[in-house]
Write a protein that binds this ligand. Structure first.
Ligand SMILES: [Zn+2]
Length: 82
């Protein structure tokens, strides 16, 4: 079932549902990549919108104890700027 989205809040563009990969963050201690997330994407500016049921499902998936598809290593670096 496709979800329906209102026009883009920022530019008024049409928002269509796509499956996207989300870098999901939960505070400082949890980061996970979730694939195939149904997301409303603005056709004009690319802004993304998530429905409440999808956000709930991402929370559940992020905290799942099931074996992940794969595990990535990511570098962590402080920003150095004048
Ligand atoms: Zn837009």
């Amino acid at each position: 079932m496709k979800r329906r989205y209102p026009p883009c809040h920022f530019c008024g563009g049409e928002v269509a549902e796509r499956k996207v990969t989300v870098d999901y963050r939960w505070g400082e201690e949890l980061m996970t990549v979730i694939t195939a997330v149904p997301t409303g994407v603005c056709e004009t500016c690319g802004e993304q919108y998530f429905k409440a049921d999808v956000v709930k499902a991402m929370d559940k998936t992020a905290h799942s104890k099931r074996k992940p598809l794969t595990v990535l290593q990511v570098p962590v670096r402080p920003l150095k700027v004048a």
